[in-house]
Design a protein around this ligand. Structure first.
Ligand SMILES: [Zn+2]
Length: 649
């Protein structure tokens, strides 16, 4: 069994277009260093060698000989816990992950699928007391190999959870310690926080080994990528440009990166104690560490950046409530039912919200409050605020951004997060358009109001805000910055984190404009957003607003021009897309016809504009030509998330 491809590596590589490989059993062996027997688990590991041909770049980037790749496969046999654990029922508003199974003996009038939250077992020494010591605390152990000051940050951040357990009535219930000498990270009795190295940016993971019968977490296991702390440092560096007189001046940036690690540690541990993301928390007074926080950098009275509130320094109000739901001790089943219901109802009264990945990750999603990497209760004013910080950063950007000894060409990498500082907040603004006010309402748990769209006046403001962004005034790269964007120095190069360029070795501003305007136009024209607007009978007016605004002064504005070509190409593509409904196609054709007549009038006034002639050419295509032409795709934005984190639960 240990020499079988249990993780289906061959299939995964093939599906990811990374190569055709097969397992070479004569080149497989046991890996004795990671074969262990502990009191509650047996760990087995083997080295599997796959031979074949790499067709993608991933394998080539991490191995000297892509034609044969060895991989370590780990298998765990873990003792299931005793029967003394009582599962806790799942509620969509509880904030927890769940485990489920079908009980076919369920009476016909009750749900056949049984859902229980995932959580650790935690018992009070004195269950009758409101606050009690616990029989066995939940302890997480940190990888002793993790370097300082990172190790201390991870320990301190992880310990924030003790605030939540205390609020729920558990004394000394939660702690984070260094893994003691002699203990092994693979021993299932130790919840672990590992510090791992990667080839490129990657997620951090908070995952758990869970009893599939009950949802009881047997072991929490957090893996934090060592590389990603550097992204936060770079964001701060690009804003502060601190190296005018002092090359050692990295205190502010380091502090911000370390502050983020506190938060990241709490976040990933949060997954391993059972919790799902709450992306509605940053619009709800930073109520949870289970959101993805954008660094909240402000400008002080003198106009200088203030990094002191970039990240929160404590557990959130929502986090305390989730621990109450998951871990509170009740005297019997009836008491538990009433108690849990009260917790959910009180969450509503406290104004706390919970929405998770399914309602946030897609750019076409509908919630106006549930976004990744955003800040503040009002996406519109926050976008304006971020644009001011961005403007400040741009005004300072240059040789003072890097310390002595750094090739000037490295400035381009730091310019990526500065230039795209608005990208996530703009996405939050776009979600107001065609947005819906909703939650995971359950009958019997408080007042339920009918679903309603985001107020029209707010949707209009959001559209105006997005369209205002799409001008040279906001998105052009100032000449003083272009002068510092050198081709890569010898020994240095662009990476997957850099802007792509069609003008190699030079930086390519026009390509960046296509990325920046393309991102915003794509947000405006997400198929789901358009479908919702069509359902509200507002799509035609919406498309007309966009096209009129984009054509305004387009001949003289390069950002407007790339926004127009993105707008036209996207709509033309939708006209031949089989998943676009007839209703929507009809509105698109109407919009394109109106757009075309406006452009033709503009051509008469300005016969020299290559841009206008090009747009007319695009609009004159019939469906056969549209299906044959390869529109230049919108260049992909460099990855920009401040620091990756995600859950495998
Ligand atoms: Zn996460």
């Amino acid at each position: 069994m240990l020499y079988e491809d249990l993780n289906q590596i061959v299939t995964s590589l093939k599906e990811a277009k990374q190569g055709t490989y097969k397992l070479e059993k004569s080149r497989c062996a046991l890996f004795f260093d990671n074969i262990h027997a502990f009191p509650k688990n047996v760990e087995l590991e083997s080295i599997l060698t796959f031979v074949g041909e790499a067709t993608g770049k991933f394998i080539k980037s991490v191995t000297p000989s892509p034609e044969s790749v060895s991989y370590r496969q780990h298998v765990s046999f873990i003792e299931l816990p005793d029967d003394n654990y009582k599962p806790r029922v799942f509620h969509p508003e509880s904030g927890y992950f769940y485990t489920s199974y079908y009980d076919y003996a369920t009476p016909i009038d009750q749900p056949i699928e049984k859902k229980f939250i995932t959580r650790h077992r935690l018992e009070k020494k004195n269950p009758e007391m409101a606050v009690s010591e616990v029989k066995k605390p939940i302890i997480y152990y940190i990888d002793p190999g993790c370097p300082e000051p990172i190790k201390t940050a991870l320990v301190e951040g992880g310990k924030w959870w003790s605030q939540a357990f205390e609020a729920a009535g558990f004394k000394n219930a939660f702690d984070v310690r260094e893994l003691p000498a002699g203990a092994h990270p693979l021993d299932v009795r130790y919840n672990m926080i590992q510090w791992v190295h990667r080839s490129t940016r990657g997620w951090s993971y908070g995952s758990s080994i869970t009893d599939p019968r009950t949802g009881e977490i047997i072991k929490g296991h957090v893996s934090l990528g060592s590389l990603r702390v550097r992204q936060d440092f770079m964001i701060a560096q690009g804003i502060a440009s601190p190296y005018k007189d002092d090359d050692e001046n990295s205190v502010i940036m380091t502090k911000m990166a370390i502050d983020r690690l506190h938060q990241l540690s709490a976040h990933e541990i949060g997954h391993t104690i059972g919790l799902a993301h709450n992306f509605a928390a940053s619009t709800n007074d930073r109520s949870s560490v289970m959101d993805y926080p954008h660094p909240y950098i402000t400008l002080d009275a003198s106009g200088k950046p203030d990094f002191s509130h970039a990240y929160d320094d404590k557990i959130g109000a929502w986090d305390k409530r989730t621990i109450m739901y998951g871990y509170s001790v009740f005297k019997d089943a009836a008491d538990e039912k009433v108690g849990l219901e009260k917790i959910i109802l009180d969450n509503h009264s406290l104004g706390l919200r919970f929405l998770t990945d399914q309602d946030a990750r897609s750019a076409g999603s509908a919630s106006p409050v549930n976004h990744l990497w955003d800040s503040g209760a009002d996406p519109l004013s926050e976008l304006d605020r971020i644009l001011k910080v961005r403007e400040y950063a741009m005004s300072q950007f240059g040789l003072n951004t890097i310390p002595k000894g750094t090739p000037v060409s490295e400035l381009e990498k730091i310019f990526v997060p500065v230039y795209f500082m608005h990208r996530y907040q703009a996405e939050a603004v776009s979600k107001l358009i065609g947005g819906l006010e909703y939650n995971y309402a359950v009958k019997g748990f408080g007042e339920i109001t009918p679903l309603r769209p985001v107020e029209k006046s707010i949707q209009d403001k959001a559209l105006t805000s997005m369209l205002n962004l799409l001008t040279e005034k906001n998105l052009a790269i100032p000449e003083n910055i272009k002068g510092w964007l050198y081709p890569p120095a010898f020994g240095y190069g662009r990476s997957g984190e850099s802007f792509s360029t069609g003008a190699s070795p030079a930086f390519d501003p026009l390509k960046v404009y296509e990325m920046a305007s393309g991102q915003l136009v794509e947000l405006l024209l997400q198929p789901e957003r358009m479908a919702r607007l069509s359902n509200e009978g507002r799509l035609s007016a919406y498309l007309k607003n966009i096209s009129e605004s984009l054509l305004n002064n387009a001949e003289n504005d390069l950002i407007r021009q790339s926004a127009n070509t993105a707008f036209v190409s996207r709509l033309l593509t939708m006209t031949i897309n089989e998943s676009t409904s007839h209703f929507i196609k009809a509105e698109i054709f109407k919009s394109l016809n109106e757009y075309k007549s406006r452009v033709k009038k503009m051509v008469k006034r300005n016969k020299e504009s290559a841009f206008l002639q090009y747009v007319v050419k695009l609009l004159d295509m019939d469906s056969d030509e549209i299906s044959q032409i390869k529109f230049p795709s919108i260049p992909t934005l460099p990855p920009g998330a401040p620091i990756g984190s995600c859950s495998l639960d």
